[in-house]
Write a protein that binds this ligand. Structure first.
Ligand SMILES: [Mg+2]
Length: 179
């Protein structure tokens, strides 16, 4: 919460991978009957976003959504997520994000994403989502990095808009020539 308070601009939606991002295992290798546990700081981070009014969602390519869902229930976090896209896919989560975008109507550049696989990070960041590669799951270090990169990216989006406004107002620019 304290870390989130340091940032003036927060994302509207934060999307998390499951395996090796929220919890330290592949859930396809586990049994539904087991009692799962998360990375130590993951639950606090989810609640921190909720308390700040930031929505959270899941994008997972797990081939066992039934086990993933059972674990989300057991951890008592399932109801926190406004969208839960859990399905295996040949794309590197671009399909997951299209679905999340359709469901939530949040623009890609107002989302923040945490995942432990570089290919997912590369693909999703090309869509305009600020995407952070995590090493040992999501923790306060990753959170700080994610929020500061989000601020940097949204500042450059604003700057581009401003430059475009200036450009289109200048006499002799292509836009006024056309009119
Ligand atoms: Mg993962």
């Amino acid at each position: 919460m304290e870390i989130m308070g340091l940032f003036q601009v927060l994302p509207r939606l934060v999307v998390f991978d499951l395996d090796y991002t929220l919890w330290p295992f592949y859930c396809e290798c586990r049994s539904k009957n087991e009692k799962p546990s998360m990375y130590p700081q993951a639950k606090g981070i989810l609640h921190g976003f909720k308390d700040k009014g930031v929505n959270v969602a899941i994008a997972s390519r797990s081939p066992t959504p039934d086990i993933a869902n059972a674990f989300l229930q057991k951890l008592e976090i399932k109801s926190m997520f406004v969208a839960q896209e859990i399905f295996s896919s040949w794309t590197h989560k671009t399909e997951h994000f299209q679905k999340i975008h359709r469901k939530t109507a949040v623009p890609y550049n107002e989302m923040l994403f945490f995942d432990d696989e570089n290919q997912n990070i590369q693909a999703v960041s090309k869509m305009g989502v600020t995407s952070i590669l995590v090493d040992k799951g999501v923790n306060l270090g990753a959170l700080r990095q994610g929020l500061s990169e989000f601020v940097k990216n949204s500042a450059s989006v604003e700057k581009n808009k401003e430059q475009w406004r200036k450009f289109s107002k200048e006499p002799g620019s292509s836009k006024s020539d056309a009119q």
